[in-house]
Ligand binder design. Structure first.
Ligand SMILES: Cc1cc2nc3c(=O)[nH]c(=O)nc-3n(C[C@H](O)[C@H](O)[C@H](O)COP(=O)(O)OP(=O)(O)OC[C@H]3O[C@@H](n4cnc5c(N)ncnc54)[C@H](O)[C@@H]3O)c2cc1C
Length: 507
């Protein structure tokens, strides 16, 4: 290290998770080693520092899908975001409300600037990191303009924002990137027949924006399973008592891992403890209704099963640890249920569900499942083929599906370099492997690397559940603690060596 009481830390990726990292590093420093100076460098070539792919400037219809009270950059202070919203004239968006994501993007930017001003050293370098190596207790990062050396590096590189299952990139009137909505929807004729590939939250953003533009043409949302996001239940004040990290750790220690049955048992236990039962969730987990039918049913019954459903959503915070311990066979089984999980645990605001239903009942919107192909025909229109459905014709098609956990293309050279050098190893379920408690990268020999950390998409195989800011920011706390403790231990070790050397010299 350069200085006994200074740590230099590189953060690769300057999106929303990086803001939580800055805050967590300051907090861990203040509690673990208050005398240590923090010198942080963030690398990201983006034109929108701190907003990442999802919270950049855009139209208001690009809305948060979680209540704003989940968006605090401080995992220990949920009200931090509310204080900012109130101070900046957005009091009506605070609490159990939704906000245009660009406003939350402003919150991230302001928070990052404030956090940076509390660090002893801070630089934002607008460059892509293309490689990394650890040499003699130092991490060397490579960009197109040279290299830089640090004590620690944290990867927080996000995921790809491109989804093109039918290889239509470059076709006229095919829009591969739905955001920013203002660009994607520019030039749309109000009478065009619109096809949207995907039935998730991005598709919902597009529909609501088209509605705001008074679109008259028919809108068709299509996917393999035809599941729209479920309807978000009202917020519930409740802290999990049974489905906890501790309970999962104990179960894993006793049985050498956990099974899906163990996890289901814990969820049932939690629901009974809360005075409810899994009954209201059964139709959601094993759906017999799809598309608009399911939406109509949910809107009718959401208040009846709200407690069970709200508790199910809360399990999200523990699911990373649950997945980590899950045995490989059950991981494969659970992967087959991913679309159900996404629909339930990434639900849409109720007022949006009502608007979608209104459009469908006015015969202006449809949801089609069993889609097999979408292609551009010789006559210039797009044609979609779906099971049990006559061919569908569109003037314009938007891609609004999820690239899953495919990494951001900007991150690929870096990840390749880590895997080639053996300083990282691929996880069999995707991404690179990390140690659970610290998020340290595991090398080819399964050794945790105390100088390398990852959070977010790159940890998809290890943690799987990555789609909530509250989940990601929690990990930033673990990483910050691990770095500060390692820094402290290294300093103590060096002091002991110096003392020993002095004694030997005296002798
Ligand atoms: C449409 C959409 C809406 C969402 N809405 C919500 C919501 O309402 N609530 C919620 O909790 N979550 C939401 N999410 C989840 C959301 O993605 C995360 O909460 C959060 O944005 C993740 O931030 P991040 O910093 O990890 O990743 P990103 O936002 O993807 O940022 C990663 C950054 O890393 C940079 N990068 C990549 N590779 C390199 C490299 N090699 N060198 C340097 N920089 C690099 C990229 O340029 C990028 O700026 C939403 C996601 C999407 C897609």
């Amino acid at each position: 290290m350069n200085d006994a009481a200074a740590l230099s830390i590189a953060i690769i990726g300057g999106g929303p998770t990086a803001v939580a990292l800055l805050e967590s590093l300051i907090r861990s420093r203040d509690t673990i080693s208050p005398d240590v100076s923090l010198d942080v460098t963030v690398f990201d070539p983006t034109p929108h520092p701190w907003s990442g792919h999802s919270f950049a400037p855009d139209r208001p219809e690009a809305l948060t899908n979680t209540y704003t009270n989940t968006m605090s950059v401080r995992h220990w202070q949920p009200e931090h975001v509310e204080i900012w919203l109130k101070a900046n004239g957005y009091a009506e968006l605070a609490g159990n409300n939704f906000a245009p994501r660009s406003i939350i993007g402003q919150y991230f930017q302001d928070s990052a600037q404030l956090a940076a001003s509390r660090l002893e050293g801070f630089v934002f370098i607008r460059e892509q990191v293309t490689g990394l190596s650890v040499v003699d207790d130092h991490v060397r990062l490579y960009t197109q303009n040279g290299d830089n050396t640090f004590d620690y590096a944290i990867l927080t590189v996000g995921r790809s924002d491109k989804f093109d299952p039918y290889r239509m990139e470059g076709q006229e009137n095919f829009c591969i990137r739905p955001y920013p909505l203002k660009d994607a929807l520019a030039g749309v004729d109000p009478d065009e027949q619109i096809g949207i590939i995907g039935t998730g939250l991005t598709a919902v953003d597009l529909v609501i924006a088209l509605k705001a533009d008074r679109h008259r043409g028919r809108i068709t949302l299509m996917s393999r399973n035809g599941l729209l996001p479920a309807v978000r239940p009202p917020s519930l004040e409740y802290e999990l008592q049974r489905f906890t990290v501790k309970a999962i750790e104990e179960s894993a220690a006793a049985n050498g891992g956990v099974s899906l049955e163990d996890l289901v048992h814990l969820v049932h236990d939690e629901l009974h403890h809360a005075g409810t039962s899994p009954e209201p969730l059964m139709e959601e987990i094993f759906p017999s209704r799809y598309g608009i039918d399911r939406l109509r049913h949910q809107l009718k019954h959401i208040d009846g099963g709200k407690k069970a459903y709200s508790i199910l959503i809360k399990t999200l915070l523990v699911l990373q640890d649950a997945w980590y311990f899950l045995n490989p066979e059950d991981k494969t089984r659970a992967t087959g249920l991913h679309h159900i999980y996404s629909s339930l645990c990434c639900p849409m605001p109720r007022h949006r569900a009502v608007q979608i239903l209104d459009l469908a009942e006015a015969n202006r919107l449809d949801v089609v499942r069993g889609v097999k192909s979408v292609a551009k025909a010789a006559h210039g229109q797009f044609v979609a083929v779906a099971a049990d459905h006559p061919p569908l014709h569109f003037d314009r098609v938007f891609s609004a599906g999820s690239s899953g956990n495919a990494p951001d293309p900007v991150a690929i050279p870096l990840v390749d370099s880590l895997l080639r050098s053996g300083q990282g190893r691929a996880h069999p379920f995707g991404g690179i492997d990390v140690e659970r408690r610290t998020s340290r990268l595991l090398d080819t020999y399964s050794r945790p690397q105390p100088r390398l950390y990852a959070v977010g998409t790159m940890t998809s195989g290890a943690f799987q559940v990555l789609n909530g800011y509250s989940v990601l920011r929690l990990r930033t706390g673990h990483i910050a603690d691990a770095i500060l403790k390692h820094g402290e231990a290294s300093r103590n070790c060096r002091s002991r060596h110096r003392a020993l050397a002095a004694v030997l010299e005296d002798d």
